[in-house]
Ligand binder design. Structure first.
Ligand SMILES: NC(=O)c1ccc[n+]([C@@H]2O[C@H](COP(=O)([O-])OP(=O)(O)OC[C@H]3O[C@@H](n4cnc5c(N)ncnc54)[C@H](OP(=O)(O)O)[C@@H]3O)[C@@H](O)[C@H]2O)c1
Length: 210
């Protein structure tokens, strides 16, 4: 399986990389933090392909390097808290790129083998459409809409899409929100649950990890 994890330097991305290492023929890991990514890839016998997901050029060149994929996991993302009145344009753009724009560019440029699986790490709408999370909610739910469209557009290519709904996982994503809740899953447990769904035959359209 030619496999790419976008957001591999993140809490869930790293746990997924560790869980997939040795289980897939070729594992490509991408993130922005090149030194951290290089060290992770070396330790797992994987290949590091750093990229800024806000850059079409970088995503297009990443796509050239990794070639047609059998498994893509979109585990990039960002969150912060700001009311609609307080949200800055920079803040909105940051969340837009990490949660939605990068996903758009990945689907625009990456190539897939027939039968490929694509997973997006998503949310439970009721938990994010709350005061202070407007930009996070809008960008995460926008990515969900993108995935639903991609499912139809890529049907002829035989690509299968899974939306993974996650409740709370203890990662750095929560740092700007004051830290994860006590009930948050450890990233390793979340990664195992995610892969259970994603590697099932056929892969489910929606997979819930609570
Ligand atoms: N943690 C949770 O409770 C939870 C719940 C529901 C859904 N999710 C979703 O799960 C996914 C992973 O979350 P996480 O908790 O693992 O987050 P995380 O630890 O904060 O990791 C985020 C990852 O996204 C990458 N990233 C952010 N902006 C980027 C950009 N512009 N270009 C390239 N890479 C970028 C980061 O790369 P660098 O570090 O290299 O910059 C990092 O690898 C996100 O989509 C999140 O919305 C998480």
């Amino acid at each position: 399986m030619n496999t790419l994890i976008l957001g591999a330097t993140g809490g869930i991305g790293q746990a997924l990389a560790r869980a997939l290492a040795g289980r897939v023929e070729r594992l490509w890991l991408s993130g922005r933090n090149a030194p951290k990514l290089g060290e992770l890839a070396r330790s797992l016998g994987a290949e590091a392909v750093p990229a800024e997901l806000g850059s079409g050029l970088e995503v297009a060149s990443l796509a050239q390097e990794v070639g047609p994929l059998d498994l893509l996991i979109y585990a990039a993302g960002a969150a912060h808290k700001a009311s609609l009145r307080e949200e800055s344009q920079d803040g909105l753009e940051h969340l837009f790129t990490a949660n939605l724009g990068g996903c758009f560019l990945a689907l625009k440029y990456l190539a897939f083998n027939p039968g490929a699986r694509v997973a997006l790490l998503g949310v439970y709408p009721d938990f994010v459409t709350v005061p202070g999370l407007g930009a996070y909610a809008a960008t995460k739910l926008g990515a969900e809409a993108l995935l639903q469209t991609a499912r139809k557009e890529f049907r002829r290519e035989g690509v299968r899409f899974t939306l993974v709904r996650l409740l709370a996982v203890a990662t750095g994503l929560w740092a700007p929100l004051g830290g994860p809740p006590k009930t948050a899953l450890p990233p390793e447990a979340a990664a195992e649950r995610i892969l259970q769904g994603l590697l099932a035959e056929p892969p489910p359209e929606v997979w819930e990890v609570r």
